[in-house]
Design a protein around this ligand. Structure first.
Ligand code: AMP
Length: 270
């Protein structure tokens, strides 16, 4: 089964892109990632010239999710977002949620990081996705140094190595402006921005006509908490990966197309 919302979101994004960028916009099936041991992917990994195993870093709102989709489309790999797993869990009934997952969703609503133990248990359950023949693109994980150390151990156990860690950089004021203006379609999940990418009719999705909403964690109070968590916990990862010779820093200023071009150029050199 395909992840319809995500596929629709990419479709909208790729329409604005030159043909060569859109050529592999076909989405990978991420059921094994989103559902964990309860799910398995029905599509084999896309055939690729070179299998890539990447981590994306960057403050919330730098456009990491958009770049992840573009990179996956072009490299034929799968976007493994821990945030997407938590968002998928929101659809479960209270009986289906473990106490740890319930607590994790409360952290998420407040904009706080989910405790390392919970995140690591969730990723370990999905370790099969790390040894997938299609490679992977981790988005939103690791977010703390202990998570990065645990990832190193997991990858070693799976017998695979990271190729690069791409870190998107943007001045903090721009990050806050991007996050507070972001609106998501309740139907097809297309992402708009009140200034930079407004819908034709305010509050209504251009593609499916459903209402747009503001993510709970994109509200002002949560943004402040998320930014503080980023500065304290996630920013030190840049140094962690720089020391390992894996870090590639990319400016996240400009259009998604420009940032994507920069990223592909940099990846071509590594
Ligand atoms: P994201 O979509 O990556 O911005 O993640 C949304 C929210 O999920 C974050 O604000 C955290 O509450 C939680 N989350 C996702 N990934 C992690 C992680 N690796 N460590 C801790 N919390 C996470």
């Amino acid at each position: 089964m395909r992840v319809r919302g995500v596929a629709r979101k990419s479709g909208a994004l790729f329409r604005a892109f030159p043909q060569h960028m859109a050529k592999t916009a076909e989405k990978n099936d991420r059921q094994a990632w989103l559902r964990g041991p309860r799910g398995s992917c029905s599509l084999p990994p896309a055939k690729q010239e070179r299998v890539r195993r990447l981590v994306l870093l960057g403050a919330p709102g730098v456009g990491k999710g958009t770049q992840a989709e573009l990179l996956c489309g072009s490299l034929g790999t799968c976007q493994l977002s821990t945030g997407d797993v938590f968002r998928a869990a929101k659809a479960l009934t209270p009986d289906e949620l473990s106490p740890a997952l319930k607590a994790a969703l409360d952290c998420m609503r407040r904009g706080e990081l989910v405790p390392d133990d919970t995140v690591l248990a969730m990723v370990s359950e999905r370790a099969g996705c790390l040894r997938c023949g299609g490679g992977f693109l981790l988005d939103g994980f690791p977010r703390t140094v202990p998570q990065a150390e645990a990832l190193e151990r997991l990858l070693e156990k799976e017998g695979v190595k990271l190729d690069a860690v791409v870190s998107y950089e943007l001045p903090i004021e721009q990050v806050v402006a991007r996050l507070s203006g972001r609106r998501t379609c309740g139907g097809c999940k297309t992402v708009f921005h009140v200034d930079a990418r407004p819908p034709k009719r305010a509050g209504i999705c251009d593609h499916c006509g459903a209402n747009l909403y503001q993510r709970e964690d994109d509200r002002a109070e949560s943004i402040r908490v998320r930014m503080a968590a980023y500065v304290t916990s996630t920013a030190p990862l840049q140094e962690f990966y720089r020391r390992r010779g894996l870090l590639i820093s990319i400016s996240a200023e400009g259009t998604p197309e420009t940032i994507f071009g920069r990223t592909m150029d940099a990846l071509g050199k590594c």
